[in-house]
Design a binder for this molecule. Sequence first.
Ligand code: ZN
Length: 179
Amino acid sequence: MPSALARPLARLIDELSKLPGVGPKTAQRLAYHILRTPMPDADALAAAIRSVKTDLRYCSVCFNIAEADPCVICSSDERDGGLVCVVEEPLDVLAIERTGQYKGRYHVLHGAISPVNGVRPDDLKIAQLGARRRDRGAHPRDESESGRRGDVDVRRAAVGRERCSGDASGARSSDGRGP
Ligand SMILES: [Zn+2]
């Protein structure tokens, strides 16, 4: 039976409905909105979607998403290189940066250890965090009790109990999501 929807419109609705939190009705509403949008705005939307796929990369130091490698935070002289806040996701960096209180750097694990969901330490950027700690050498902060705990400390960080200075209240808590 032929569909009442023109194929390009059906295709757009189908693609939009794949987005998180977008059900079929919302996808339809968005698709008709885009259909009525002036061409320059529709082009800008399409270009913005393409740009996040082609113009971004992972910072090779902190693994945050960035335009340049190293990212602006890792390459900034104004950041405390001896202080690293370990977070689960790039959005956590955004939340902490919004507070304007934290002046250290970050390490993004891209997830949390979760045996239930089959996420193992090797699936995350934990080894790279260990390498950063070693590269940094004997920093005074590493002489703390928590610093001497080494891998245990890293794993604790990996389940989202970030060790940040300053007010990180904007960060998403992941308590209870660990192993
Ligand atoms: Zn970075």
